[in-house]
Design a binder for this molecule. Sequence first.
Ligand SMILES: Cc1cc2nc3c(=O)[nH]c(=O)nc-3n(C[C@H](O)[C@H](O)[C@H](O)COP(=O)(O)O)c2cc1C
Length: 405
Amino acid sequence: MADIKQFELPSRRHALARVAGLVAGAPVTAAMAQIDPRPFSEHYRAKGLAEMQTSYDFELVFRGNVSQPVYDYTAHGDGSEFNLQRNRHAFDWVDIPAARTPIAASQVDLSSELLGVKMKFPILIAPTAAMVPLHPDGEIGMFKAATAASGTPMILSTNTSTPVAQVAPAAPGGTLWAQFYPQQNIAVTQQWMDTYQNAGCKGITVTVDQQAAHYERSLMDRNLGGRVRTAGVGTGSSTAVLTGAARYRVNTARLWYTWDYIDTCRKMIKGPMLIKGIQDGEDAKLAIAHGADAIIISNHGGRSMDYGPSTLEILPEIAAAVNGRIPVLFDSGIRRGADIFKALALGADGVCLGRAARWGLGAFGTAGAQRLIEILQQELVQVAAAAGCARLSDIDKSTVKTNFV
Ligand SMILES: Cc1cc2nc3c(=O)[nH]c(=O)nc-3n(C[C@H](O)[C@H](O)[C@H](O)COP(=O)(O)O)c2cc1C
């Protein structure tokens, strides 16, 4: 006989939970995963590309465009997401006092050269996985957008949803570097390096910040009956049963790697080697000793290990340790031009856009990603002008006041 329970009406609690789920899922009412939404919208319709004013405008449209697992994969971080929030909060703890002599935006020129690449603005696209689920334009669209936005360099994720050999030729004249997660098998490491370098990627970024982390709540926290989302990151398409330590979210996958491995990579990389995920001055010095041509200060946008410091808080110490010997790049939390200004003032030579760039692509494809990058470029120019800084070299510690405890 059938269990009578299945014919019962849903309980009040379930009905309320369902309504709450619907409200949370509606793009315009949804609480964003990070602070700083723009609450003063005059209307509730989704805005068009021409109406985008800040990066946060794109996030709303992106959220409305994609399925919940795809949105969650981009939005969330590790654990309680304290680190994710702290990355953003830290920018609020840095003031930009008004300059005694502001200048016109037209006088500002923030061009520089980074590892042999001439850049109009000190901004790059961070490597982030699986862009096709965000928008059919995918990685090709992102690379075209970055190149069209004054030649912004892009670092392609090793978890790209489009093979590097297809992405690299898509934007002639653009700069495409590749990112790589350490692989214990040296022959496999060599194969990856060959694939990137044969496709024309000169700069290779080795990401080292995920050694013991079990990141991405979005893959782990759904009630999938003891299963976890796996393949096709961001698509939510398949799941696997967790076994052993993984049932307790213990990650043992990357504990093996050491600086010796970086030495091995160094020999395989013909162009610049960037080490991504540096979080203290000692590691920055070691990275230089082991042949890094640049470092990227990053905590993976709060996806790596919860309760660490924000990257902005550790930036001054790391910049001091590097002391100008190699470029210091920075990411985790950049959403506005003012954020970029603050990172530059505290010692970064350039910044990488992670989620923000994905919001642009996910909202309006190639055109959206380009517009988003251009908005941040122009916001940066505006802040630099207001702070009286005509050149990158003018943006130093004296232009900000930090309130870190
Ligand atoms: C959805 C997503 C996927 C990511 N995938 C990678 C990756 O494949 N390789 C990597 O080195 N970093 C990856 N990152 C980290 C970014 O390169 C970057 O460090 C981070 O997004 C910066 O923080 P932000 O998103 O707050 O700007 C990913 C980040 C996000 C949000």
